[in-house]
Design a protein around this ligand. Structure first.
Ligand code: PMP
Ligand code: GLU
Length: 398
């Protein structure tokens, strides 16, 4: 087949793959507990669905401006103002088919061949692949479990050179659940200004934070507005992963370039989903369902962490945001299960799925082989059952 070199170098999204495999096995009749999901298990709130139905009934079913309607951009402006007290103009906002497309558009419009992009590791699976697809070079900056998996400005400094163009910050973080502190973000922002680095701040989990932790945006620091792009979307906060609406806010020139780029690939995001998103964003403060969801995530998180830390050879930190636990499995390395030795996160995940019917995402997908990621976006019953199975599995290791 005539597959390009570029396409041959790309691996499928491992997070989507694990989830798809677990769902497939379930359909085939296997009793699977899936901890792979990167999406809320809650339904989209009713008032949002109603807005979509009205949009259809009113015939709002045609092309819209490429970057989204004025109405949607205005709702996003208000959302950002309320969240982090920054006033963007509507022409500094664009929308796409999910935050994923906003990220891809942005990187496509920022990267020239050979540019380096700093990515704190562990990282969300798609960042390095996107950077490579755009002709850039991902440079991984390690973070440590002891530091709460938070990027340290002092460490970041060592990875900057004259090819460094972009830094990607993701707080609250996938897969670690860390939420960056004000102090560290300020230092990182200073470095970005000093070294003329453009910052992409992926804040898709901004509303999924626990225990009164505060979400701070790196965009809000001095001289950052002109050198940063804020990425967010409706997928997680409003349980709208399938609707595919993400947005970006940043310098008008970049936003315009991203819209030109999108005009030749997908055009506007779905018109009906745009209408539903306006309803979601403007009713956020009144929406009780989000608080209920966050509270439920928080309870599951605490339960999961407590259970894990009581299982020999396993441990994890208490995540402060998103809906993932990054579980340290290095204590199981070189132990055997039925003649098979666990040497990596992929071995651990594979044996766990095959023998105990629990799906987790191997940490290697996020750049860290000592861990696996468990999503708690599944019922308490599933979490309890799944952890029973994990406990059983680890007990059998010799
Ligand atoms: N960023 C991060 C860190 C994510 O985990 C996800 C999950 N899908 C996305 C971006 C993209 O979200 P979406 O495209 O559904 O808006
Ligand atoms: N971001 C989610 C995850 O990390 C959804 C899957 C994906 O888009 O890769 O699982």
């Amino acid at each position: 087949m005539f597959i390009s070199q570029k396409a041959r170098g790309i691996s499928p999204s491992p997070t989507l793959a694990v989830d798809a495999k677990a769902k497939r096995m379930k359909k085939e009749g296997h009793d699977i507990i899936g901890f792979g999901a990167g999406e809320p298990d809650f339904d989209t709130p009713e008032y949002i669905k109603s807005a979509a139905k009205s949009a259809i009934n009113q015939g709002f079913t045609k092309y819209t401006p490429v970057g989204g309607t004025k109405e949607l951009k205005t709702a996003i402006v208000s959302y950002i103002k309320a969240a982090i007290d920054i006033s963007y103009m509507p022409n500094q906002i664009t929308t796409s088919n999910g935050a994923k497309q906003c990220l891809f558009n942005a990187l496509s419009c920022l990267i020239d061949p050979g540019d380096k992009v700093l990515i704190p590791s562990p990282y969300w699976v798609s960042y390095p692949e996107m950077v490579k697809l755009c002709g850039g070079t991902p440079v991984f900056v390690p973070t440590a479990e002891n530091d709460g998996f938070m990027l340290k400005a002092d460490n970041l400094k060592k990875y900057i050179d004259n090819k460094t163009k972009i830094l990607i910050i993701n707080s609250p973080n996938n897969p670690c659940g860390s939420v960056y502190s004000k102090q560290e973000l300020e230092k990182i922002a200073q470095l970005a200004v000093e070294h003329n680095i453009f910052v992409i701040s992926d804040e898709i989990y901004d509303k999924l934070i626990y225990d009164r932790t505060e979400h701070v945006s790196i965009v809000s620091y001095k001289n950052m507005i002109e050198r940063s792009l804020l990425i967010n979307g409706l997928s997680k906060t409003f349980a709208m992963t399938g609707w595919r609406i993400g947005f970006a806010a940043g310098p008008q020139q970049l936003i315009e370039a991203m819209e030109n780029f999108q005009s030749h690939s997908t055009s506007n995001p779905n018109s009906i989903a745009q209408r539903a998103s306006v309803e979601a964003l403007t009713n956020l403060a009144k929406d009780e369902t989000i608080g209920i969801m966050v509270n439920e995530f928080s309870n599951r998180r605490k339960y999961m962490v407590e259970r894990i830390n009581n299982i020999e050879h396993l441990s994890c930190r208490l995540p402060m945001g998103a809906f993932y636990v990054f579980m340290n499995i290095s204590g199981t390395f070189n132990k055997q299960c039925n003649g098979r030795t666990i040497k990596s996160s992929s071995d651990f995940a594979e044996i766990l799925l095959e023998r105990h019917k629990v799906a987790v995402v191997p940490g290697i997908a996020f750049g860290s082989d000592d861990y696996v990621r468990l999503s708690y976006a599944t019922s308490m019953e599933n979490i309890s059952k799944g952890l029973d199975r994990i406990e059983e599995f680890v007990k059998t290791l010799k």
